[in-house]
Design a protein around this ligand. Structure first.
Ligand code: ZN
Length: 331
């Protein structure tokens, strides 16, 4: 299967090759008479008391690289599981879940929105109380304009993803989500809730600790800018805002990886004339470099979850970390 093949076919290929993947269709979406599944595939422990890391991609169909980064990491883990005894041991302590093709119709058509013209990352039932930027913050004007929130109901894809992650929160000791996107700026960002308001989420100290541990452990891989999304721009309808605002007991961190695609465009300005080129590396060496670039951080998330370091923070430690997080991001 080459790098241009449909990502849903690549996911199905992995599921067919590796019977240890526990796959399930969370929803089906219809487009032009065909049905496209939204699939999750789990790996590792199935115990209800273990931490879970969820790798999400393809929420925005035009941002194919996010989906491909998740599929590449998934394929690498599966290949290693055949021989790597340390990985086998690690996966006895943690559950991994992959939902790399959230918006199959968008990926098929090369559009940001789904088949109904709805931007799934503006479609969750949560509304900013502040003023959001016109259009880009989400609107209900018309499906013909980008960043359309939909009329009022959740789209099948949005609901299926929210229901699935919510169910994991009741069957895991903690949940970390990494949702991969591309297209914003020159650098790689890691955003966390809220997008809809400029106040800190509960236990934001856990995100601060995650950042601290990553930067101390991998100082030469520290090309990420961590921040609450609202520091960059505010939006309505963010899926991770919604799940975070509903969640109060199980430790939960949702990170949105925004890969800085403008650097690919800067180095290859011809990409400006190709819509998909604004969101995805076009040259093979840059494509492969991007697939490699995030592996260290993804593996770190798995190791961190399995270690339960963030789960085991005491109230005292957490309140100190909350204070540090507030100083860094909100004051
Ligand atoms: Zn996106």
């Amino acid at each position: 299967m080459n790098s241009d093949s449909f990502e849903l076919d690549r996911l199905n290929h992995l599921i067919a090759c590796y019977p240890q993947l526990r796959s399930q269709t969370l929803a089906e979406v219809e487009y032009k008479g065909n049905l496209y599944p939204l699939i999750r595939a789990e790996l590792g422990s199935s115990e209800p008391s273990v931490p879970t890391v969820v790798f999400v991609g393809g929420v925005h169909g035009v941002e194919r690289i996010g989906c491909q980064v998740q599929l590449a990491f998934m394929a690498s883990l599966l290949a290693r599981l055949g021989w790597d005894s340390s990985l086998q041991l690690l996966l006895s302590k943690v559950r991994l879940s992959f939902v790399p093709v959230v918006n199959p119709v968008g990926l098929l058509r090369g559009t940001r929105c789904n088949g109904q013209g709805v931007d799934l990352m503006r479609n969750a039932p949560i509304t900013s109380t502040d003023k959001v930027p016109l259009l880009v913050g989400g609107h209900r004007l018309s499906a013909k304009l980008p960043w359309y929130r939909g009329k009022s109901a959740m789209e099948r894809e949005t609901k299926a993803l929210i229901d699935y992650v919510s169910s994991l929160l009741t069957t895991s000791s903690s949940v970390i989500v990494l949702d991969a996107h591309s297209g914003f700026g020159l650098s790689d960002h890691l955003w966390f809730p809220f997008a809809c308001r400029q106040t800190a989420m509960e236990q934001v100290g856990r995100v601060y600790r995650l950042k601290q541990l990553f930067e101390a452990s991998f100082p030469h891989h520290n090309h990420y800018r961590f921040s609450p999304q609202s520091l960059i721009y505010q939006t309505h309808g963010d899926i991770w805002d919604y799940v975070t605002s509903k969640q109060h007991t199980t430790p939960f961190i949702a990170l949105t990886l925004e890969m800085g695609s403008w650097s690919w465009v800067k180095k290859n300005p011809r990409q400006l004339f190709n819509f998909a080129g604004l969101f995805n590396p076009q040259k093979p060496h840059r494509y492969h470099r991007t697939l490699r670039k995030h592996t260290v951080f993804m593996q770190f998330l798995v190791d961190l979850a399995a270690s339960r370091t963030l789960e085991n923070l005491t109230d005292k430690q957490l309140s100190k970390l909350d204070r540090l997080a507030n100083q860094l991001w909100y004051e």
